[in-house]
Design a protein around this ligand. Sequence first.
Ligand code: NAD
Length: 477
Amino acid sequence: MPTQNGELPIFNLYINGQWRPPVAEQYRATYDPATGEALAYIAQADIEDTRLAIQAARSAFDDGYWPSLPPGERSRLLHELVDAIEARQGEIADAEMRDGGCTWRKANLMDIPVGLIHFRHMAKLANFEPLEPVPQIAFPSLSYNYVRREPIGVCGQVIPWNFPFLMAIWKIAPALAAGNTVILKPATFTPLSALKLVEIIHDTGLLPPGVLNLVTGPGQVVGPELCTNPQVDKIAFTGSTEVGREIMQQASSTIKKVTLELGGKSPNIILEDADLDIAVDGSLWAVFMHNGQACESGTRLFVPSSIYDPFMDRLLDRATRLKVGLPSDGATDLGPVISAGQLASVERYIELGLEEGATPLMLGVRPSDPELAHGNFITPTIFADVDNRMRIAQEEIFGPVLCVIRYDSVEEAIRMANDTIYGLAAGVWSTDVERAISVANRLRAGTIWINDYHLISAEAPFGGYKQSGIGRELGTR
Ligand code: NAD
């Protein structure tokens, strides 16, 4: 529950069912990336605070009644929680927009409703039958054998800034559904929607103390403690491949279970029989949704030589109509990127693309509109004549930059699409669905959309091949 410091609210840590100041009393402001305005002061946990949260989660798991609740009862409570969150979803959407630069449209029409659907799916799955008889075919025996599905225990969960609410749901909902206890650490840039979510859950009084804990603070401090503390049973991390590598190393000291959802450089392949109107708009949506700040963004667009000119004419025509603006404006397509550092990084990649010899069909610049002068805004970039071996085609830029790669044969497109260290997602566009499926089957990626992009079903497992991660989220078990 926030308190006030002058004009700004102060958010504390949520440990053992209570809001409490950090031991060292350190706070950090969080800012609106569209205006530069400070929004709130956020508690900065240190190792001691993190240990207190771990202890609370441990006790709630070892002594508490949450893990041993009958599944039907846990499912009922979780459904009640989702109803309470839904009733206050406007507060979460507002936090998502102001703290993360997410457009009003995306927050209200996509992230929050999708998060609620995914939470409901997990609440439903919570009502599972924990005992599964083992068939006695391979090893006939007089005894009765069964598998009992049990919660893992204390789950440390670390999430990124690009989809703060959705990522919080993807972490806490399945963990709670299975009877685990949780310590969630939101990203430093975007703590507000997770804090709002926990505030709403706290207000319901439905979860026993210690079942859900939230620690805000620096990843380099909180993260290593969650990863190495022997009282934590599992680490679920979503973020960059670079930090994922560190997490895996740290977690190995106590052989923790690890789920990693990491970066991507996803290929989006246009086949020559694609419906151009749908494929052009779909390709722009694939790469520029949330400014390219999505792990699964279709950042490498493969276009066949046979339709290259008409496709690119339409692509440019549509791209020039994209509106860069304030997230609160319902007409805005691209809001700000998350931080000044991220903006500078995107600009460095644009420079690099020019140095590497890519042709800029649209070159990203900071917009001149005075209304946007204090935010981290940049217009979209489209590079043509990109060689798949260029760094702009291999490294995750995480900004509004599209690399267009021309191809002559589908074989060549598939080979280049797979030529990456990542394997999170892909897209294929064709009017011949069977042909599209045969191409999709040869792509090494966890999720592949056909004539669509970014829609993530709660029923389908999500996760990466190769250095895009380990394990799956969502799905049915
Ligand atoms: P990041 O790796 O910099 O940070 C992610 C989280 O890790 C943050 O909460 C951060 O505070 C924390 N952290 C930082 N250093 C840490 C450390 N040493 N130990 C433990 N935790 C630490 O990522 P980001 O910049 O917040 O997010 C963007 C990245 O996330 C992109 O690479 C994107 O592809 C990826 N991502 C992946 C998925 C997916 O489902 N695969 C979804 C969203 C984002």
